[in-house]
Design a protein around this ligand. Sequence first.
Ligand SMILES: Cc1cc2nc3c(=O)[nH]c(=O)nc-3n(C[C@H](O)[C@H](O)[C@H](O)COP(=O)(O)O)c2cc1C
Length: 217
Amino acid sequence: MTSQTETGEETPLRVLAVAGSLNKDSVTRVVVKEAARLLTARGCVVDVLDLLQEPLPLYNPDTAYDAASFPALKERVDRADVIILGTPDYHGSISSALKNFLDHFWHEFAGKCFACIVASHEKGLTVTDQLRTVARQCYAWALPYGVSFVDNEDVKDGKIASESLAKRLDMMTRDAAVYGKLLAVQRRADLAGTEPGFMARHRLGTWRAGPCNICCT
Ligand SMILES: Cc1cc2nc3c(=O)[nH]c(=O)nc-3n(C[C@H](O)[C@H](O)[C@H](O)COP(=O)(O)O)c2cc1C
């Protein structure tokens, strides 16, 4: 799967896949890695961010952007056209590890495609809705559905164990690649162009890491 730059050059679609559980035997991680494998098979370049292996300090607006690890992480987020967000359902909400990752960024997400994966015993609808809220708040596009699954049913012994989860992941990775490409092409065109779309404010070149300069002072 490729997308075009403004100069017409074909580049592979870039995906950042975030495993948002710190559980060492996390089923979320298993499914995020399987999504990464499927996207790689579709020709995408996939970067897996496992927050257990690469812990992020708790977000603090006064210190986060000066942390030694921040520039490299920002570059990985900047590079991505599609962001896969994997989280367990914690109290009907997203994990603190994933929320902490999300809190470090916002305009980096604008115009990009989010795809959500939730480990839940209750279909994870509230969790998916909360990720869709984050997407809206950051001007990202979320696929119109998420993939949820149940541990010990859909994932067993570190492997995808149900046909239904395998099918839904296949559908989601196909959609993430196809719609992610459409959005990536338009996002690049909007950043390079002069039209007054929502991406116009992101082409100003005045953005820096930190709280937004629209609603935050
Ligand atoms: C603090 C905490 C809160 C949880 N809350 C819920 C919940 O509200 N609904 C639910 O279905 N599962 C809940 N669970 C269960 C996890 O979502 C479930 O075990 C999931 O598969 C864990 O994924 P992981 O192995 O990737 O960490 C909770 C687990 C923990 C540790």
